[in-house]
Design a protein. Structure first.
Length: 239
């Protein structure tokens, strides 16, 4: 099999496997948890009420970033040794991991938009006492755009962290975690007006325009892609 075909086979294999995990996440978070919250929110407290009134796409945004971080964290220890034992090169593994991450970052927003539309059709027929926000085409496009970039950043950071542990040792791995948390905190500040503090170092709320923030986010993804490639290029595969 040619290398070009094989690297796409690796990408497809990883994506399908990760999609199986994502389906559980979508069903549990986007259907079960969301459904229970819509029913009981107004009976518990006001804060839950505010959360329940979000669109489903907004409701699942934060949980999705955690999910993508976990997917990134699993991308080395779950797949690298397996592919190495089956004759897959480091480049093919790297390419497959990157492509599967991009695929999953695109899939999650699409899945939640479809579920959101289904929810909007069902809610008028359900006797709820809360006013759930509707998802417009414009808001879906803007949220999804930021959503995809944020998902990719978290995936790349998870991958970056687990490479540190796999390639070096747990002490160096902790340094990778520290770098990821700090840079990730600064990145989060780009998207909203919150102030983040990490070991005494604070980030100020961002007042940058969307094109500049987008350029910074894309630049960070590309930088992490380059770093992860350099770190996996000659990595010792543990059998």
């Amino acid at each position: 099999m040619q290398t070009t075909d094989r690297k796409w086979m690796v990408a497809g294999g990883q994506y399908v496997e990760q999609l199986k995990w994502a389906l559980w996440f979508i069903i549990i978070g986007g259907v079960l948890v969301r459904g229970v919250l819509l029913v009981v929110a107004d009976r518990v407290d006001d804060q839950l009420n505010e959360i329940a009134e979000m669109t489903l796409l907004e409701f699942m945004a934060e949980a999705s970033t955690v999910f993508m971080l976990i997917i990134g964290l699993m991308s080395v220890f779950v797949f690298l040794s397996y592919f190495g034992q089956n004759g897959i090169t480091r480049w093919e593994y790297y390419f497959g991991t990157l492509m599967s991450g991009i695929g999953l970052a695109l899939t999650l927003p699409i899945a939640f938009i479809l579920l959101n539309l289904l929810e909007m059709l069902i809610i008028p027929w359900v006797p709820l006492t809360i006013d759930v926000a509707t998802l417009s085409l414009g808001s879906a496009a803007i949220i999804s755009f930021e959503y995809i970039l944020t998902l990719m950043i978290h995936f790349m950071f998870g991958w970056f962290i687990t490479i540190g542990f796999y390639r070096y040792n747990w002490m160096i791995g902790l340094v990778f975690i520290g770098v990821a948390i700090y840079v990730g905190m600064m990145t989060e500040a780009l998207w909203d007006d919150e102030k983040y503090v990490f070991f005494g170092l604070a980030s100020e709320p961002s007042d940058l325009s969307l094109p500049i923030v987008t350029a910074i986010a894309v630049g960070l993804i590309l930088l992490l892609a380059w770093i992860n490639r350099r770190l996996t290029k000659d990595i010792v595969i543990k059998m």
